[in-house]
Design a protein around this ligand. Structure first.
Ligand code: NAP
Length: 313
């Protein structure tokens, strides 16, 4: 047991990759006296019951938040406003209400107006994930050594922010606080744009007439394969991210398009010096990420080689 504050009752609305990982880690770390959860569909709720990770599975969002000291919405960004409206009148005074959405300004804009003054709203985004989703995809170690960004609106009680910081730290995360707008700008370049590029490239390859799709799959180790992993991410989640973070993504996309034009020009002109200089700079960024422990230096992005070549099953 660690010294992180325990919550008497933790309510998780949504039990997919992120909700399921929080439940597993919070249970392992003993962070809640009781974990109550719900999900939108009966199918997911039945599966969560079978998994036996949480203390209670309830049928509605309203039932889930009853008497909870910490409520975390683990659902797509586009659904947060509506769920906040639904639960607002049933929250325990003094409760902390949070979320895990990948976009923060829109979530604050959509949720805050519904929440009563006697609860503490501390939005959060764990910058950790995989391309998998659903109740079976979560695992307790997901947040270890990953960042979790808190974006408390101005005037939030610092004690509530500190309690949520300690909760995420106990799940293994490193925690930083920033404004929602700054969060959205940072994530636009580090997460949203890379996903958009992956979705584009995989779509382009699929539509090529001169190269067959069996060739694309066969020779995917040339770089394409790593994009396909990202492009397999949940369509609902990513649709909502681009709708909710439109301004920041468009800003980053503008800069990206200019840089792509520069590289296109260098290739057309045969300007090897410009290409080499650019690639040397980007290689140094990769080294920096490995040095701060956010990825492994093992070949193939740390992919365990014994797994390669095995058919799934
Ligand atoms: P997920 O595995 O697809 O799980 C989503 C959960 O939300 C499911 O329990 C689903 O219930 C429920 N849900 C879906 N639509 C809903 C709605 N309209 N109203 C109420 N509940 C709804 O998704 P996830 O990957 O955990 O993502 C959840 C949140 O975490 C998103 O906001 C995402 O931006 C954020 N996030 C994701 C990642 C990542 O890499 N995946 C990383 C950081 C943050 P049913 O199963 O019954 O449909």
């Amino acid at each position: 047991m660690n010294s992180a504050p325990r919550f008497k009752r933790l309510a998780l609305i949504g039990f997919g990759l992120i909700g399921g990982s929080i439940a597993r880690a919070a249970r392992d770390q003993g962070l809640a006296g009781e974990i109550v959860t719900t999900a939108r569909s009966e199918k997911t709720r039945a599966r969560v019951k079978e998994l036996g990770i949480v203390d209670r599975v309830v049928a509605s969002n309203v039932d889930a938040v009853k008497d909870a000291d910490l409520v975390i919405l683990c659902i797509p960004v586009g659904a947060c406003g509506e769920v906040a409206r639904e639960i607002a009148g049933h929250l325990k005074p003094g409760a902390i209400v949070s979320d895990v959405g990948s976009v923060k300004s829109a979530v604050v804009r959509e949720m805050a107006p519904h929440l009563p003054a006697d609860v503490h709203f501390v939005p959060a985004h764990p910058v950790a994930g995989t391309e998998h989703s659903g109740p079976d995809s979560g695992f307790a170690e997901l947040f270890i050594n990953r960042w979790c960004i808190l974006t408390p609106p101005e005037g939030t009680d610092p004690n509530a922010t500190e309690r949520l910081r300690a909760f995420w730290a106990a799940l293994g995360a490193r925690v930083e606080t920033m404004t929602p707008d700054h969060h959205d700008l940072v994530l636009a370049i580090t997460s949203h744009l890379p996903n958009l590029i992956a979705y584009t490239i995989v779509g382009t390859a699929d539509e090529l007439a001169q190269v067959t799709s069996s060739e694309v799959i066969k020779f995917s180790a040339g770089g394409f394969r790593d994009f396909t992993r990202i492009a397999a991410s949940d369509p609902t989640m990513w649709r909502d991210v681009f709708l909710a973070n439109k301004e920041a993504v468009l800003e980053m996309l503008g800069t990206f398009n200019e840089d792509l034009s520069k590289l296109t020009r260098a290739i057309r002109r045969g300007d090897g010096e410009a290409l080499f200089e650019h690639f040397a700079r980007t290689r140094a960024i990769r080294r920096g990420i490995v040095e701060i422990g956010q990825d492994s230096a093992a070949p193939d992005f740390g992919r365990p080689h014994e797994q390669l070549g095995k058919k799934p099953g």
